[in-house]
Design a protein around this ligand. Sequence first.
Ligand SMILES: [Zn+2]
Length: 331
Amino acid sequence: MKAAVYTAKNDPPHLEVVELPYPEPRPGEVTVKLLYVGVNPIDYWIAGGRYPIASPNRIVGSEGYGVIDSVGEDVEDLSVGDYVTIYPWLFCGSCRYCVNGLENLCINVGIVGGAVDGCYAEYIRLPAKNVVPVESGVGEYLAVAGVSALTAYHAVAIGDVSKGDNVLVYGASGNVGMFILQYARFRDANVYGVSRWSWITEYGALERIHHEELEKYVADRRLEFDVIFNSLGGDLFSESIRYLSRRGRIVTFGGLKNMSTELDIAPIYRLELRIYGSTGGTYKEFLEVVDHLSSGTVKPRIWRVYPLDMADEAIKNLFHPERSGKILIKI
Ligand SMILES: [Zn+2]
């Protein structure tokens, strides 16, 4: 089969398309013929060496949608020909976090495309519990369930977004941001997105705000935010804290620009601010996200679709200045 692997840790990453053996399923596993694959920053960080969780020659890619091609022994309820989408967190099912339904925090956790070969390939072999059957015909939107939509759904739950809350989303046109807008809007919040793209108002944002105008925009309207979502990290993280209301919540699920920053502690205790972390999502939430994408309750904005042969260009264009939506690979 054809697959895109990274042969050395480079920044920016470099992927090569190579020929590899068909991944036969072992007991308890299935092999999925991939149809569409989502491209995410985590793929970029793994292949670029920022997340040292995989060695070279790993196939990256945590999001995928396809059809079951072969089924290993001891697999029930899944058959060849079933359309499926992938839950990317490899979980043990028996640790104290798994038994409490927090598979994303499993002490034996790994991610597809990091701990095992991922989705930038014609076929992927996975534990049967990591694939979820879906209706055929929904198509490429289900490729974005496992990272983009799930991360957003979990983060909005962690932030406890409630009716009437003022919500500010940094990176609102990003892979996850576009879904946070939609999920926060469904909770009847007033959602403001920081972005240069006006299309975010079609995805749940009440207003689109350019970052360079944010300070004045907030001051002119005496706005304060009950919940802020910020996965950009760095100085933008510390900046955003000053826009919080008293007892406001800030939710971080990444540090796209920079993982460290300097924080002024005074407003955190004086205004009783809350800082929440969020990572991926639980298995139960994943099933709900699959329903939302299948029914069209939420949807991604697709920017470009590349063939597998152009996986290298696809991953490099994650940081293209004109990127305006999700990148997919059509296998
Ligand atoms: Zn576990």
